[in-house]
Write a protein of this length. Structure first.
Length: 755
């Protein structure tokens, strides 16, 4: 329950603004209980970032924000999923156990449950982001497992009639990075409108800009022994003619129809083309809106270059359209919020070039998923001290069971056409490689779909008595595939005074097995339609004290997990114990004529254990109590904001992570790999960033430097992370066991207009 930003300096405020100010602990939140309440009353530990925080820090995207949050282990993969985050010490393949909301509506992928947090959300359209730590299944139902990130967009209906806003920015950066981001809104009587959009395009860093890792040697991409003469730099066995890398038909020239994202295979490339749109119109109490986005990104150093070509395309997309109505009865004591939502989400890739054993293929992958949901929430303010709320949800989903595949091994997923998998040595001008057929929703067969129904009921009571506050809720969810679940949450909050609060919180949640885990088998991956939902029980004590110069927030928690899912199976229990300290400060600025220095210091301790570990030699999970891995025991985040006179602002950020043991599936971890003599870990590292902002009336210019001191480091691989580090062989471990990170500075210049 902790807002990052401090209010503007008193000397900079108008009288009207001064009258509206409240202390940080008394600011409202929409996320913790699904109703508006002061942060001091929220039954959770929270972090809130405002639009002003994003500007000062130079955040261009939501993934920038993740690296500054406490309690998250964040890995920039630059691959299938741009950024992977493990909240509060629970390691998963991707960001699948944190519920991502946009204005309270879930935006995790319907099929694999991943929160795709990349460069596709319009930043200028965001009013604030609320981050909740801990399970919230009693409020949000399935998949609010480790916590919630709620992106709240601007709301022009709160303006005075006739008022409007326009904010637009354009940015340029090294690696030929370009972006445009804009938002517009206004109110005219009972009608209001908010629109935002973003476009992001980048060539991304070259492989020479990353830390060294043997399996990301670019020479591997053109090796004809692995890739044949069509992708590799080799000789056509029929004509004896030298063929350049990426000459798929081996005619001696790379034509335009052989290019992938504008570049030939056999060379390193990692282009990104993302876009996103948000829009909402309101007439009185009725709203109609949508948000939609798509990410088209290469694989970067995610995979071993002996197994995958990085410039293939992997895409995620989301579309949500909704109709919402707010009504009030009994002198506004009873409010009813009704919403009808239609969703589509897709995950897939085009022209995925794979080398497996002696075989080469260029394939396309896709999954198309749809859902619609009808939900109502009721809030009844019975008295000044008692609020009752509750509601129901009905949702139908049509979910793919397995990937729809083109040009891949026969009999896997839903294959389109004949397989064109070829032995590397047989590729020639008479038997060339072909780019794969593009897959649309027309290839989605009824036999590959699973139709599910979800029903949810919940109730919540909030009661204030003296200096105490009780918040209790319970929710029942029933799914047609795996049955029903009950999830309670209770919090007892004691306010010692207006600036000090103590909270005791207990909460439970469950995580649905994703359709990908249930049915999405393919070469190198298993699925299991008998998977049970994961469960978590968390007990937490929170102490918050806000003073004149400092705000202190202490959280101690213990989480017990059952039926954890990994590698397509339930792998027993896990336990996470943690401590989070959040400190916010406001200090006198030594620069004459400048507002106070402000900033944050976060420290996180995490002990993450599991009852089962993966035995690399047996290829199976075994009973062995040990560390989960890939989670840093100690993490520190620091942010210092320095106003300089009236127009300048400098923001310095830093993060430090301690040394990390690796996940047990990773062959570099010796205690789960009897064939390995030395244990390898992800080294400790510190990364510093700087953003300098200049404002002149309605215009601003900012200059951001990431990785200011060119830190050279590797982070844990994701998914199975099975490549190993014997670079003299290719054991077909696709995901790199350690992922190289950018070891040079990244620069961004942004020019913005704010009317």
């Amino acid at each position: 329950m902790y807002p990052i930003s401090w209010a503007a300096e008193l000397t900079d405020m108008t009288l009207e603004e001064l009258l509206k100010q409240r202390s940080e602990l008394h600011q409202n939140s929409d996320t913790a209980s699904g109703v508006k309440e002061a942060l001091r009353d929220s039954p959770a530990s929270m972090v809130v970032l405002t639009r002003e925080d994003f500007k000062r820090r130079g955040y261009d995207s939501l993934d920038d924000m993740l690296f500054g949050l406490p309690g998250f282990d964040v890995i920039r993969t630059a691959g299938t999923v741009e950024t992977v985050a493990y909240q509060r010490g629970y390691r998963t393949p991707w960001t699948q156990r944190t519920l991502l909301l946009v204005n309270g509506k879930p935006d995790n992928n319907l099929w694999n449950h991943t929160a795709q947090i990349s460069r596709q959300y319009p930043i200028t359209a965001i009013e604030r982001v609320e981050v909740l730590h801990g399970p919230a299944g009693a409020v949000y139902g399935p998949n609010a497992f480790l916590g919630v990130i709620n992106v709240i967009t601007r709301d022009a209906s709160k303006l005075e009639s006739g008022e409007h806003y326009l904010e637009a920015s354009g940015a340029l950066g090294n690696f030929d990075t370009k972006s445009v981001d804009a938002a517009f809104g206004g109110r005219w009587g009972e009608f209001s409108l908010d629109v935002g959009f973003t476009v992001y395009d980048s060539d991304e860093p070259g492989i020479e800009d990353y830390s060294e890792w043997g399996y990301t040697n670019p020479d591997l991409l053109a090796d004809p022994e692995r890739w044949g003469a069509g992708i590799g730099l080799g000789v056509d066995p029929v004509t004896g003619r030298l063929s350049p890398a990426g000459d798929l038909d081996l005619d001696g020239v790379v034509e335009s129809d052989e290019l992938v994202q504008g570049n030939p295979l056999g060379e390193y490339s990692d282009r990104t083309d993302n876009w996103g749109v948000t829009a909402e119109v309101r007439l009185g109490r009725t709203s109609l809106g949508l948000f939609a986005w798509e990410t088209d990104e290469g694989y970067g150093p995610y995979y071993s270059f002996a197994d995958g070509q990085p410039n293939s395309i992997w895409s995620h997309s989301s579309l949500q359209m909704y109709l919402e109505r707010e009504d009030a009865f009994f002198d506004e004591k009873l409010s009813v919020d009704s919403e009808l939502v239609y969703r589509e989400s897709r995950a897939g890739g085009e022209d995925w070039a794979e080398s497996f054993g002696d075989f080469v293929s260029i394939s396309s992958w896709n999954s198309f998923n749809k859902a619609w949901r009808l939900e109502q929430r009721y809030t009844y303010q019975k008295s000044e001290d008692l609020q009752l709320s509750g509601g129901w949800k009905y949702e139908e989903k049509r979910l793919n069971r397995a990937y729809i595949l083109s040009n891949y091994w026969d009999g896997l997923g839903v294959s389109v056409g004949e397989s064109s998998v070829q032995e590397a040595g047989d590729i020639s001008s008479e038997s060339p490689l072909l780019l794969s057929e593009k897959l649309g929703d027309s290839f989605n067969l009824d036999s590959n779909n699973s139709d599910t129904e979800d029903v949810g009921l919940f109730a919540q009571a909030i009661y204030d008595f003296g200096n105490f506050r009780f918040n209790g809720s319970i929710r029942w969810d029933d799914n047609s595939e795996y049955g029903d679940e009950f999830n309670p949450r209770g919090a007892l909050i004691y306010h010692l005074d207006a600036a000090t609060s103590v909270k005791l919180v207990y909460g439970e949640a469950f995580q649905e097995p994703s359709p990908k885990d249930l049915y999405g088998a393919y070469t190198g991956r298993i699925s299991n339609d008998s998977l049970l939902p994961e469960k978590v029980q968390t007990t937490e004590i929170i102490f918050v004290r806000q003073g004149e110069r400092f705000q202190h927030d202490f959280s101690i928690y213990q989480s017990e997990f059952s039926d954890a899912i990994a590698t397509g199976q339930n792998v027993g229990d896990r336990e996470v114990r943690g401590f989070e300290y959040k400190n916010s400060f406001r200090l006198p600025n030594p620069i004459p004529g400048s507002s106070n220095l402000t900033g944050e210091l976060f420290y996180t301790y995490t002990r993450s254990m599991g009852d089962q570990q993966f035995d690399t030699q047996l290829g199976a999970w075994v009973l062995q109590h040990g560390k989960q891995g890939d989670v840093a025991p100690h993490k520190v985040n620091f942010n210092l904001n320095v106003p300089i006179r009236e127009r300048w602002n400098a923001n310095l950020s830093a993060r430090w992570l301690s040394e990390r043991d690796l996940f047990s599936e990773n062959p570099l971890r010796a205690d789960s790999n009897s064939a390995r003599l030395t244990n390898r870990k992800a080294e400790a590292h510190a990364v510093v960033g700087l953003n300098v902002l200049y404002r002149q009336d309605k215009y601003s210019v900012s200059f951001k430097v990431e990785n200011l001191f060119a830190e050279d480091y590797l982070v844990p691989g994701v998914e199975s992370a099975t490549s190993g580090d014997d670079f003299s062989i290719d054991a077909d471990g696709f995901q790199n066991s350690l992922i190289p990170q950018l070891n040079t500075q990244r620069y961004t210049v942004r020019v913005a207009l704010d009317l």
